[in-house]
Design a binder for this molecule. Structure first.
Ligand SMILES: [Zn+2]
Length: 163
């Protein structure tokens, strides 16, 4: 499964709630995990493989988390800026401010309600993946100047790769 890159309209759509967790949901998760591992990412959202549904996978500190219909229910007021990248905008990174702590509530593949609390890298990944479900990319958080220069670099690298 190919990871959708910047410019693909699916990355800008608001993803739909998953109505019923079934075999297809599980297949989607499996494809997401495979794509994430292959690209050496720490997280992935379903739209990144072209499925506009609210499903995220996080792989931080050796812990794999899968959440269906996740919602950010709590964040710390304290924020921290750090370099961030995205499998859908490969080859570039930019400074993004995120809440230091976050808590997600969602549903597991077994259909049970689950909460996931995170701090630092995990909290950052949680906020990044939730953004994907709302059609938001990390570059949207950058200043216009920074975003332009980063997208220029992204296009240049992409051209070099395609040639
Ligand atoms: Zn991303």
């Amino acid at each position: 499964m190919e990871i959708r890159k910047y410019g693909d309209p699916v990355l800008r759509k608001k993803a739909a709630l998953v109505g019923r967790i079934d075999e297809e949901t599980k297949r989607t998760c499996k494809a997401m995990i495979e794509a994430m591992i292959r690209a050496k990412g720490m997280g992935i959202a379903a739209p990144q493989i072209g499925v506009s549904q609210r499903i995220i996978v996080l792989d931080v500190d050796g812990q794999l988390h899968i959440l269906v219909n996740p919602e950010l229910i709590e964040t710390s007021t304290e924020e921290i800026e750090s370099q961030e990248g995205c499998l859908s905008v490969p080859g570039v990174e930019g400074p993004v401010a995120r809440h230091v702590k976050a808590c997600l509530r969602g549903t597991t593949l077994e259909g049970e309600s689950a909460e996931l609390r995170g701090e630092g890298v995990l909290a950052r990944a949680m906020q990044h993946e939730i953004d994907h479900l709302n059609g938001v990319l990390f570059i949207d958080h950058l200043s216009p100047v920074k975003r332009r220069s980063l997208l220029k670099e992204f296009s240049r690298k992409k051209r070099e790769k395609d040639e």
